[in-house]
Design a binder for this molecule. Structure first.
Ligand code: ATP
Ligand code: MG
Length: 272
């Protein structure tokens, strides 16, 4: 007798258990931007970039089907390896390879991208825009220690600049944050040298290094407005995050940036 069993769905440890693993695939709810993201993922595959999931289609429950990228993501509190200089440099190299692969992507004429943030002037490419510790898959490198291998969760991808994507990544990983808001193992990090390390490993142009602090300030300002607007208009999780101090954390990051501006600028450009 032939017995057909429903495929086993394993929920990832996310807030609403909306994202599940089914065998070698991941199923995620579609968003208005998903078809455009799938076009980006197809482009990345076509140009041979392997640091992103492949889009395989849409299932019977209107969920996108992506390849499951084997490895581990850093969960909080962050492990020691997630805050190392080696990891930061590896992440910069991964982001650079992604940007170089994404640069030749021509979005479909009817492309729709995430709408919550203000559009960037003179975009250079479609960036990831959400490179958080939860959105990077690591695999053991030659030394046995985890190495950044792939970016996942392209929901916030949109036309932007290399520098803007670099700044967003540094916000989470350098991190650009007041020490009281950092994950415990990030508290003692010396951020100036880490910004420099990231820029060197990425190969960021000097003109972009000169604008990095100002761009970080712009980004924090936009994030404050976008988070507040979402809290007021969408409620739910956004309102809860706002009530729990999301806005204050962004403003504290801005104040920390102002207080350390001279020192950060010095590290970014000295001898560059
Ligand atoms: N393609 C994939 N390969 C491997 N792991 C994945 C993949 N997609 C998602 N995951 C795992 O599921 C977690 C959550 O998925 P994802 O980042 O795509 O969603 P999210 O929108 O951030 O979810 P939430 O907002 O509910 O936290 C990731 O941190 C990762 O551990
Ligand atoms: Mg995510």
């Amino acid at each position: 007798m032939f017995v057909s069993a429903a495929p086993v769905e394993i929920a990832f440890d996310t807030e609403e258990e909306r994202i599940v693993r089914v065998g070698t695939t991941v199923r995620r709810p579609m968003t208005a931007a998903s078809p455009s993201v799938h076009a980006l993922l197809a482009h990345l595959e076509a140009v041979g970039f392997d640091g992103a999931p492949r889009a395989l289609g849409i299932d019977g429950q209107d969920r996108e089907i992506l390849t499951f990228v084997d490895g581990e993501t850093a969960t909080r509190p962050l492990p020691v390896w997630a805050v190392s200089d080696e990891t930061l440099a590896g992440l910069a190299r991964l982001l650079r390879r992604f940007h170089d692969a994404a640069e030749s992507f021509v979005p479909p004429p009817d492309a729709v991208w995430e709408q919550g943030s203000q559009a960037d002037e003179s975009p250079e490419l479609v960036g990831h825009c959400d490179v958080t510790p939860e959105n990077v898959v690591f695999r053991p490198g030659p030394s046995g220690r985890p190495v950044p291998y792939a970016l996942i969760d392209f929901d916030l991808a949109r036309p932007t600049t290399r520098l803007f994507d670099v700044v967003t990544t540094l916000r989470h990983w350098a991190p650009i944050a007041d020490p009281i808001d950092r994950d415990p193992r990030q508290r003692g990090l010396d951020v100036g040298p880490r910004l420099r390390l990231f820029c060197d490993a990425y190969g960021l142009a000097v003109r972009d290094r000169l604008r990095l602090v100002d761009t970080a300030r712009t980004r924090l300002g936009r994030s404050y407005v976008a988070t507040r607007t979402r809290a007021l208009t969408l409620g739910g999780d956004w309102a809860r995050r706002w009530a729990e101090g999301a806005g204050e954390r962004i403003r504290r990051a801005g104040a920390w940036l102002d207080a350390h501006e001279d020192e950060l600028r010095r590290h970014l450009v000295e001898g560059a």
